[in-house]
Every structure is written in C-alpha cells, then in structure tokens.
Design a protein around this ligand. Sequence first.
Ligand code: KIV
Ligand code: ZN
Length: 515
Amino acid sequence: MNDKLIIFDTTLRDGEQSPGASMTRDEKLRIAKALERLKVDVIEAGFPAASLGDFQAVEAIARTIKDSTVCGLARALDKDIDRVGEALKAADRSRIHTFIATSAIHMKMKLQMQPEQVIEYAVRAVKRAREYTNDVEFSPEDAGRSDEDFLCRILEAVIDAGATTLNIPDTVGYSVPEQFGKTIGNLISRISNADKAIFSVHCHNDLGLAVANSLAAVIHGARQIECTINGLGERAGNASLEEVVMAVRTRKDVFPCQTSVDTREIVNCSKLVSSITGFPVQPNKAIVGANAFAHEAGIHQDGVLKSRETYEIMRAQDVGWSANRMVLGKHSGRNAFKARMNELGEEFETEESLNAAFFLFKQLADKKHEIFDEDLQALISEVSAEAEQEGVQLVALRVCSETGEVPEAKVTLSVAGDEVTSIATGGGAVDASLRAIESIVQTNASLQLYSVNNITSGTDAQGEVTVRLEKDGRIVNGQGADTDIVIASAKAYLNAVNKISAVQAREHPQVAGDV
Ligand code: KIV
Ligand code: ZN
C-alpha cells in the first residue's frame, strides 16, 4: 500500500502574491470550488490578517468548502493567529499555518531577533493556533538557506508545542534537487519526534527547480507538497500542481506514494485560474499548455497513430483535454445551459443571475455558433465582473477605422449611474478606444501589458484580452472577452480600472514583512 501524498494548494494565497494576480472574493470562491472538485487535500485560502478583503475571502471559502481542509496563513503573532481562527470558524476542517523566518540573514536583517527569540515566537504561535484547531502547520521561512542544526532545534520544539505539519519552504528558490532532498531526509532522521508530524515542502521557482526540488523531497520522505495551479506565485512562482501530481502518477516506479487528485479536472482548473488572473499559460507548458499533447513532427505523428505510447507518456483525456469540446449552440435551451454550467461548477444563487448569464449566452450564440467550455468560463467571469463592478461599465462603443484615416472611437460609459461619452483618436481602433475610456475615468495608471488570446479556434472565436495597469505601485490585471476584440479590450480595461479602485480599498501588505 503506497503512502498518501497530501496536495496543499496555495494558488489563492502565494499564487495571489504574483504581481497583478489579486482576485476578488467571488473569483477566489470560484477557484476554491474548482480546487475542491479537483480533490486537493488542503486549500490555503489566504492571509486573513493582511486585509479585510483577505479575511472575508477566507471566511467565505471556509463556509462553502466541505471536502477539502481550508487553511489560513498567519505570521507568528497572536493577532494574526486570532484573525485566522476567526476567519476559519465555520470550516468543517480547518488548518492554521504559521511561519517565522529562520535563516541567519532573515533573523538578523529582517526580524532583528536572536535565534532563541525566534524559537520562542514559533512555539508560542503554534500553541496559540492549537487553541483553535488540532491541525497546525509551521514553516521556518527561508529554510532553504537556514542552518540545518537550527532547523532541527526549532522543528523539534514546535512539534512538542503541537505542530502536526512541518513545512520546509525554499522561499527564495535557492535549492537544488539533490541537496534539498538530502536536507529533508536529514531533518526527518535527526529530529527525535519527527514521527509525530508530516513533513511538507514549499518550493519557489527562481531557478526553475521548484517541481524538481519538491519531487526530490518526496523521495526523501516528504508527504505533503505545497503547489499552485499553473505554477502561479510570488516572483517566478511556486511548484506547479499539475506537474507534481502527474509526475507522481506517471512515475509510480520512482515515487512510493499517491495523491487523491482527480486529474481529469486539471485542465479546467488551469483554464479557470488563467482566465481569472489574466496570466496566460504558455503553449509549451507541461500538462496544461495547448501544445502539451500536440505532435508536429511527421515521424512522431506516424508513431502515435500506430501506437500512442511511442511518444506519449500520459493520456490527454486523463488530465481533462477532450477531443470533442463543443458543448452548446444557438438552439440550446436554458436547462441545457444551466446543466452544463453546473457541471463546470457554477451554481446560480438566484433566478436573476441565471437569466442574466443565459441572456449573455444567447447573445454570444448569435455571433458564434459553437460554444465551448472555455466560452462558458469567460462568460461566468463576465457575469461576476458585472455583478461586482458597481463603478464603471461599458454602455456603447463605436469605432471608425479606415485605410489612410486616423482611427477614432466614441465610447459611452456608465459611471456611478450617469452616462458619460467621450471621443478619442489613436494609432488603431483599440488604442483610440482605450484613450476615450481613459479620458473619462482618468486613472492615470500606466499600461504595463496588453495581450489578446483566442479562447477557442476559428475567426469567430472570442478574443480574451488581458490588460495590466500599474498605479502607485499596485498592479492589477483586467480581462474581457468578446468576439470583437476592440470590445473585449474595452471590457478588459474597465475591469482593470474597477479592480484598481477595489485594490485601493483593501491594501495588501507583503507576507514577508515584519516578523
Ligand atoms: O515562500 C515562503 O516561505 C512562504 C511561507 C509563508 C510558507 O510562502
Ligand atoms: Zn511561498
């Protein structure tokens, strides 16, 4: 009987720390539900002490999720731990994850604490967390650069204090697989009470080694991996969930353990996270990239046609790629629409929200006769964005673009209930439209990224536009989808504008801040 490998997903916490990936409460809830369908064991839902928005998102997820443990992050401070305890009150299964830095550089420069003091903080934090739940995780931040003897001392002390999971983070992505694996093995064999806790790893991808380091740790005894969908996360990201899970499943000969993940949900989850955060998945990304199962070379195609195993080590359908993804069309009724949406995890709370979504679906079906799951997901994003955006909405857009003439756009927006119109010219239809919008909303934000991806194939496909805006050091991504990319661009820009206002309202301090 193989050991269980616990999959701890931190897309909603570390993933959200990617610049521009901040999500609203409803977006986080949608992702949490998708993670539950994926059957991850633990969902790290956020960092409640960071902001009211984070607190409320964790609280909502704790109330909703039934099959996965819901976890909240806390610095080793009473006030942070109490905040997590409060946010997780309604959870069926809750975990508190507390951390403090243990590397010499972090203790001296950041915490300005002596090692003994750091141990005291850690022990006190774990004891406090145990007052709320029996499931307490402790992380020595920057463990990848910490002294092994010191790690042994602090980890032994927190196990005695009641920690049930010891997570070893390679916070700055400095480790390499052989050395990191050995460190995990050493900690497990040297810590006298190691058998009372599960060892976990949390690897960052600064050297592109997050997945390799995590897997090396599993070979040396780690039984929890912290990871994110699409490898989203601080800086270069975290270990990617889909890669870790499929490596363990595909190489059963190497890894003496198994996960409970329903791998057929992987692609859906990846697309959802990409569409909500606006971080596209690169085509050659393992498992979830558009080309992950595509064969270009004739010799490969020939081999695969004769026997799939010649060039494929996994089956595309096992990770959720399906050959026939056309799901609905112009003649599909409300019931078929609702049923497919439910299968995608979207439950409509009211008849009005179902009707609003069905109305948008019919509009789309008039322009595009085959509607795919990806179109439906974009449509859900649009419905939620409209529900949340009380600020500025697109009412009308007309563009005039002709060879030899300067493109011009006329835009009408609804700003807090009032309609305002503006006309602007630009280098192209998109440029003119965004200038017209900016002349009304006047964010003075700088445009850092503009990208268009087709959601499905064909010239009638919806274009999904991502716009990244930066204002006063805050970065937000906005998305918009439409069969007309000028309209998609306007929607994306407005989505970002509305997010800027929302983010301003719920400040997000750095996780690696004081203590
Ligand atoms: O990278 C890190 O050290 C973290 C900890 C909070 C676990 O994200
Ligand atoms: Zn991290």
